[in-house]
Design a protein around this ligand. Sequence first.
Ligand SMILES: [Zn+2]
Length: 449
Amino acid sequence: MIAGGIEISSAPPRAAPPRRTKARRSPSAGARYFSSKRAIDEGYLVTICRWDPARVRREFARIRWGSHLCMPCPHCGTLDEHRWYEERGVWRCLNGACRKYFGVTTGTLFDAHQRDLRNIYIETFLWSCGAAGIPALTVRAMVGTVSYNTSFSTIQKVREGLARGHNAGLIAGVVEIDGAHASGHDAAGKRGRPLAQQRPKGQAEMDAQAQSVMDAFNRKQDQKRLTPAQRRALKAENEELRRDGLVRDPNTGAILPHNRRMVMTLRRRTGNPGDGSVWTKVGVGMAETPEVAEYLAHRHVLMPESILATDLGVAFSKLGKKFRLHTTVNHSETLVGPNGEHVNMAESFTARQDRAEAGIYLNIEPKYLHEYACETAFREDHRRVSPRLKTEKLLFWALNVGKSQYWRNYTAGENRQFEELVPKRRAVGASSGPRKRVPGQEMEIRPPR
Ligand SMILES: [Zn+2]
């Protein structure tokens, strides 16, 4: 600004920005992947929406059999170029002894479905996009499915495919095993009450907390010095607890809530720096006990040629002797041992499972926890895979593990009668209890004419 030949500056001179003293944190491999072009399938959702029914069927056939021209008959297994009936949308078996008709979902989890195949494809695609999970209610809102049960049972069938497809088979190499508590949090009990952190703790409360930590530590120490008679007494006591549906945490000695479960993870490292792990198996037990760990290791790991990596949990000391080598890390001291021992890839799975439980699904019923853990294992293993490939993998398992064992006739009121637990399944009833129909009551909800 110039006034009377004198230059007047109206604003004070600007101070130089403070020098950045800390180095900017470089983005993680996950962040780099998600901002790259590989993480997306450009315009794929719009493409799916434009497919005509024949194209959707071809896509399903390609995912299921690898071809829509030549396939094995689901009834007799004859591999041939079976006869195609365009107007009915089915094939007819060329084997003279069979001659049966079949569609692209015959003998799969979607057997006898009554939905548009494209809707199943779109729901699976949208559901696969979540990092830790997507609720069926959200999928219902996105696709515009009228009934919640329809979306829910479709997604549960996809989960069943994961539980019976992805979570099967053996792994070998450096295998990390770890357990994490899941379910059994009394969320409803906290409703309407102030958070514990918001009110200052009294001295007595803090003393009690310190004492309980000391007690747990002492119990663990005492267990090491038990006489055979005391050991038998403890075993009998634990057996009695088990009959009541309760279990004692072998690490701390505390009695766990009746709906608490332990999600056990078995992850094989890729061995390539930065790649983490992409082979994960899971199982759900009542607690992190030697029996549960041993059962899962027998089911999923080639033990004599593998290396076991665990923390110092009591479940693994005996199991470690069956492996070629057993490395442990003491989590009360460090996350990585002096020679690089760690279970951080198993912890990474646990973090995602916790996110799914705390942030997305909120109240995962113990009855279905195994399926949710399988879902997390899939999401963890395919964290750097585009949604299109994930959808194709999800559908591959849904179309290749046979008919649904858990979700057939679900909408008609049939429920699975067991909980998938290791080492043994446990019989449980329907989540909502038996149906109670009071005669005449159905009429009352109708508006008067
Ligand atoms: Zn046939």
